[in-house]
Design a protein around this ligand. Structure first.
Ligand code: AMP
Ligand code: GLY
Length: 423
């Protein structure tokens, strides 16, 4: 099969490496990719906004399957665009329709979906400029802290958690009336604060049946002890020790199954990954958010633990044999630690030479923000390299990553020293 992966992060490198290991993979392309994806395939320089060019390329190279890495092209309707074009309609697209992508693209849509299908989540209401005064009243009915969420995509910054009610009211005003997050916050979801342990589950669905991939926990804050600004993710571990088989069965019955059935009932075409952000409150699981793609850096621990041929599974989504295929998961644990640029997630410099990536060691170096210039690999983003390792438990895996991090050097290299320590 000829495969095209869209995106340029550690997630795409990890997916691509796995796909390249399949005996069914003939040609593998990435748009736009990074220096790591060039090890396992070919990079092409086409913008993920340019659906026409992507379609032209897919026809020219006889692409059979496309994995959409990030959410933006899905929210923009890339799947519908390919399916509505005669020459590209038979290509298997791993990623939902534009309507399905609203599960991530609109918090209000996701909440309505959960309420409609009885999926446990925080109590909430949505407000716009038409009913903002009811929003102030609604805040009065909740306890501190207050959770305010911009409805639309806001580059991971659209969720505010605020202690004081007066400040929460001001922020509601700023979001809705002063467009603090642009059009993304013209609608705001206010929800009850949930206290508990966060984790994520990943599901692969063909729209009829589904398979549950390994669970993972990511570390979003820049600083140790979960302090400081939110990032794309500073590290991840899989599996999550507090998610045992019994609890997972509950998550499956109360959340995963109703999600896949709900999509079907609503007539939403959804073939692809569903990333469910969950919180364990006491013995209950509640949904914090849906994402319509794999997580990054969760992919760098989830995908390497899959023993089955991933491309064969994905192919089954296209030819109706998905439910018959096995998904085997390794018993080994995995951990990844992100090496980031100094200054990230705020302003940082790029263009520093990275040394040590060719060292032979017992970790995998997944490239995130890297690019090649004059035969050198240089930094090209905030998150630069994900160092993934395996072990008999997450402790062993984490220790390996921390040992092998020393192999890699670039100016300003930063990382969190406490990934997985809370577990
Ligand atoms: P989201 O973009 O919806 O995932 O929210 C970003 C982060 O805010 C989550 O990963 C949680 O840590 C936190 N968060 C969101 N909603 C809630 C909630 N209702 N209660 C507690 N924390 C929340
Ligand atoms: N690591 C969180 C995300 O991919 O959204």
């Amino acid at each position: 099969m000829n495969v095209l992966i869209l995106g340029s992060g550690g997630r795409e490198h990890a997916l691509g490496k796995k796909i390249s290991e399949s005996s069914q993979c003939k040609n593998l392309f990435f748009a736009p990719g990074n220096t790591g994806t060039k090890i396992v395939g070919q990079n092409i320089n086409i913008s993920l906004k340019d659906f026409d060019k992507l379609k032209e390329f897919a026809v020219e190279k006889n692409i059979n399957l496309i994995i959409v890495g990030p959410e933006a092209p899905l929210v923009d309707g890339i799947t519908d665009s390919f399916k509505n074009t005669l020459e590209t309609k038979d290509i298997i697209i791993i990623g939902p329709s534009k309507l399905g992508a609203q599960l991530e693209g609109s918090k209000d849509f996701a909440k309505e979906f959960m309420h409609r299908h009885n999926i446990p989540t925080a109590k909430s209401k949505t407000f716009t400029k038409e009913n903002i005064s009811e929003g102030y009243d609604y805040l009065e009915t909740l306890n501190s802290p207050y959770v305010l969420k911009a409805d639309g995509l806001a580059a991971g910054k659209g969720v505010l958690i605020i202690d004081k009610i007066e400040e929460a009211k001001q922020e509601l005003n700023a979001m809705v009336l002063k467009k603090k997050f642009g059009d993304a916050s013209s609608k705001v979801v206010i929800e009850e604060f949930l206290e508990g342990l966060e984790f994520s589950v990943f599901v692969l669905s063909d729209g009829e049946s589904y398979k549950i991939l390994p669970s993972a926990k990511d570390y979003k804050r820049i600083g140790e002890g979960d302090q400081g600004l939110n990032t794309g993710g500073m590290g991840a571990v899989s599996p999550v020790p507090f998610v045992d088989r019994f609890f997972m069965q509950k998550v499956d019955q109360e959340i995963i199954k109703p999600t896949v059935e709900g999509l079907k009932k609503d007539g939403i075409l959804y073939q692809g990954f569903i990333f469910i952000g969950l919180i364990k409150v006491g013995t209950e699981a509640k949904v914090i958010e849906y994402n319509v793609r794999m997580g990054d850096p969760e992919t760098e621990v989830v995908i390497p633990r899959i023993k089955s041929d991933l491309l064969n599974l994905l192919k089954g989504i296209g030819d109706g044999t998905f439910s018959e295929k096995d998904l085997n998961i390794s018993d080994e644990a995995a951990a990844t630690v992100m090496l980031v640029s100094e200054g990230y997630p705020e302003k940082y410099e790029k263009g520093f030479i990275i040394n040590g990536l060719d060292k032979d060691c017992d970790s995998i170096f997944f490239h995130a923000g890297t690019i090649s210039r004059d035969e050198k690999i240089i930094t090209n983003g905030g998150r630069v390299i994900a160092v993934t390792s395996f072990g008999k438990d997450i402790g062993e895996a984490i220790n390996k990553s921390y040992k092998n991090i020393n192999e890699i050097s670039f100016k300003g290299k930063q990382f969190r020293n406490d990934i997985g320590f809370d577990l």
